[in-house]
Write a protein that binds this ligand. Structure first.
Ligand SMILES: Cc1cc2nc3c(=O)[nH]c(=O)nc-3n(C[C@H](O)[C@H](O)[C@H](O)COP(=O)(O)OP(=O)(O)OC[C@H]3O[C@@H](n4cnc5c(N)ncnc54)[C@H](O)[C@@H]3O)c2cc1C
Ligand code: SF4
Ligand code: SF4
Length: 416
């Protein structure tokens, strides 16, 4: 179903601020700072035809897995974890990349290899800061040192796709590193715009459980006795696995907290945007390679925080992704540690499996409140829903509806 306006998508709590609408409709839409983070604003109304086009790719309307045409015949498709050419553990072979990166540096090592081997001209990914010092911003890295500079995870509002127009119009061949919802948007845009496949031959993604909305960062600063105006930048993780969350102040001093102080020890308590709470795929099914952490239940123990050198779990979903792993290993960029099986992922990433399985029940709750809500493509949502009992389905649907009636989906809910 087509959205009636961008504001409707925002009002339903489903805009993630990816920036693709501002890139595709650059004459009419801007990304601006809003209470929920980066959000698009229609300066001139989109026509009905434009809204239909937007609704075909916008992650606030639809999320996609991997379209069939990119998959090898007979590839293993796990009901929860999606297409799998290869699933293994790995880390960057370069020790300083491994240390500086979020986990084991797999994304940075692959991005670096792609640039150095000239398989792409550049890497479109995300660097720190932006409209707020603790946000991220999209950046095009042309050299190995730029790629390495922009490593690590930014757990805050970011618009990774706001430079897609530049990439496509100028014909820059890039590897895209972006979250699963962003990758979905690009796979769907590729169905309409053939330049996507031509100029973005590889898409890589971190697993993604969500990020901190602005109100949660304000609370975090407050708890540290810091005013937002005093903040120069934030490094969420990296320099270890996961490494400290480090707030750099304008006066040059730093406040360092552990990953567990920042996130807490219980994933059900994580603050995140509403869109992330109802996300049907944080596993990056649309990416050629997706990768994440290797801690049980995605939470490091204190001992791991002190001693983990950083190892990623890696899923290659296409033959292109599997070949990239092989080439990067053969060229000394990547060290492959051991092979895994999909059921390992249930122990490492239970929150991602849970959200995926319950997605349709949650969408049902949205629709019961009159929202247009989300839909999915190529994510086996109907099949996954068969594992939800009718009692559980109703409970999830009613729970979602109750939260929407309280306004919990609204960007300004926590600060009202
Ligand atoms: C918002 C978010 C939520 C996450 N949730 C989970 C989770 O639930 N489970 C899990 O196992 N792992 C999660 N991760 C992934 C994890 O933090 C690591 O990114 C992943 O393991 C890859 O590690 P790496 O060392 O290979 O990455 P690195 O080599 O450090 O490279 C990270 C790459 O990601 C890009 N990037 C950083 N932040 C963003 C962003 N906000 N949007 C788009 N691109 C970005 C960087 O530019 C860089 O290219 C999350 C990451 C993010 C950004
Ligand atoms: S999710 Fe992305 S494409 Fe959709 S409205 Fe928000 S910024 Fe635009
Ligand atoms: S949890 Fe889902 S919607 Fe939220 S940033 Fe991650 S992939 Fe996007």
């Amino acid at each position: 179903m087509a959205a009636s306006s961008i504001q409707q998508i925002i009002n339903e709590g489903l805009c993630i601020g990816c920036g693709l609408c501002a890139s595709v409709f650059s004459e009419k839409v801007n990304i601006e700072l809003s209470v929920g983070g980066l959000r698009p604003k229609e300066n001139k109304c989109l026509t009905e035809k434009e809204l239909r086009y937007l609704s075909s790719f916008c992650p606030g309307v639809v999320q996609s897995g991997m379209p069939n045409k990119y998959l090898s015949e007979g590839v293993q498709i796990d009901p929860v974890w999606g297409p799998i050419e290869r699933i293994c553990a790995a880390h960057a072979s370069n020790d300083s990349v491994r240390h500086k990166s979020a986990t084991g540096g797999v994304l940075t090592a692959l991005a670096g290899f792609l640039i150095e081997s000239k398989m792409v001209d550049a890497v479109l990914h995300v660097g720190p800061s932006g409209l707020k010092p603790y946000f991220g911003h999209s950046t095009i890295s042309y050299t190995l040192s730029e790629v390495n500079e922009n490593c690590a995870s930014i757990y805050a509002s970011t618009s990774p796709l706001d430079k897609i127009k530049k990439v496509l119009d100028e014909g820059i061949r890039v590897a895209l590193v972006a979250k699963p919802c962003d990758i979905s948007a690009m796979r769907l845009l590729a169905k309409k715009d053939p330049r996507v496949d031509k100029y973005i031959p590889l898409m890589l993604s971190p697993f993604c459980g969500g990020f901190f909305p602005p109100f949660a960062m304000s609370n975090f600063f407050q708890s540290e006795g810091v005013r937002e105006e005093e903040v120069d930048s934030v490094s969420y993780r990296g320099n270890g696995c996961p490494g400290p969350t480090s707030i750099k102040l304008n006066n040059g001093s730093r406040i360092e907290k552990s990953y567990l102080d920042f996130w807490g020890t219980d994933s059900s308590q994580w603050h995140m945007p509403w869109r992330c709470r109802v996300c049907p795929d944080g596993t990056g099914e649309g990416a050629d390679i997706s990768t994440g952490d290797t801690w049980p239940e995605c939470t490091p123990t204190k001992e791991m925080i002190n001693n983990d050198l950083g190892t990623n779990t890696v899923i290659a979903r296409t033959s292109k992704g599997a070949e990239l792993l092989q080439f990067a290993e053969g060229s000394g960029y990547l060290t492959l540690d051991y092979e895994c099986v999909p059921s390992d992922m249930n122990k490492l990433q239970p929150h991602l499996a849970n959200k995926k399985i319950k997605a349709l029940a949650r969408f049902d709750g949205m629709r019961s409140c009159g929202q247009a809500g989300l839909s999915t493509i190529d994510l086996r949502a109907d099949l996954l829903t068969q594992s939800v009992s009718s009692h559980e389905f109703k409970k999830e649907s009613n729970g979602t509806a109750a939260r929407i009636k309280k306004g919990k989906h609204l960007d300004d809910y926590e600060i009202k």
